[in-house]
Write a protein of this length. Structure first.
Length: 255
């Protein structure tokens, strides 16, 4: 336990010194501000353009749900890309630099390394996501009546869960290929495969990728809880599977 806490502390310190933590906080803070502001200002910008260009553009008044649509779009796309870029070297850099050799030869368990890195990345992702959500909620509540949010906790938690899924993929890919590029390609390959699977009718309700944006339809009440629970459960199971597989694989890998 002492080794786990010490190595986790080392991960937080390293993420701070390499600016990964500040970068993610700033990026998600901006996403939290941008989502309601874009929903609020876009109609005004289009109206001003139509006034100068002679083309009449009529848009409905923006609502709180428009802000949440921007939130899911920003975090579900650009936010996930930021996670992939920042955490792609979680394990890969340890192999390339050879920094684990001394610690492992001195008796530190290999599973401690994987769990510490997963813990640090999870905490950083969670704090960044909650900051983004809190700022977006505050701005949205300021501009509009929030109205009814259906299954709000599950909608936002699903988006967070998909981010956690990406982290587990990056760790597994980094151990499997022992390189930054391998980690990125593995994660990207899984995402592309899930995207292609969405072509198959009725596969979306089982596909974890639906949690990165389609849960807006859960929030606004267009779809029911039963349509998202299979993807939610499968995503949670895959996180556990990839995390366990990372530990098993790392125990067999030559450093």
């Amino acid at each position: 336990m002492r080794a786990y806490l010490a190595f986790t502390k080392k991960e937080f310190t390293e993420n701070w010194r390499t600016y990964k933590l500040p970068i993610l906080l700033v990026v998600f803070l901006l996403f939290g501000m941008m989502s309601p502001l874009l929903a609020k200002l876009t109609p005004e910008l289009l109206k001003s353009l139509s006034d100068t260009g002679g083309v009449v553009i009529t848009l409905p008044e923006p609502t709180a749900m428009d802000a949440w649509a921007q939130f899911f779009k920003n975090v579900g796309q650009m936010g996930m890309l930021a996670i992939i870029i920042v955490f792609s070297g979680l394990m890969a850099t340890e192999f390339s630099k050879g920094t684990l050799v001394n610690m492992l030869t001195k008796g530190m368990k290999r599973h401690t390394v994987v769990l510490s890195k997963l813990t640090a990345a999870t905490v950083i992702w969670t704090v960044s996501f909650l900051l983004c959500l809190a700022v977006s909620y505050a701005y949205t509540a300021y501009f509009w009546d929030m109205g009814t949010l259906h299954y709000a906790f599950l909608s936002f938690f699903s988006l967070w869960l998909f981010g956690e899924f990406l982290i587990s993929l990056l760790i597994f890919g980094g151990i499997l290929f022992k390189s930054l590029m391998g980690s990125l390609l593995f994660c990207g390959g899984v995402i592309v495969a899930m995207t292609i699977l969405n072509i198959i009718p009725n596969i979306t309700r089982y596909n974890p990728s639906s949690l990165s944006g389609a849960t807006l339809e859960l929030l606004n009440g267009q779809k029911g809880l039963s349509e998202f629970m299979p993807a939610f459960v499968i995503c949670a199971v895959l996180i556990i599977v990839f995390s366990a597989a990372s530990i098993t694989l790392f125990n067999k890998k030559q450093i």
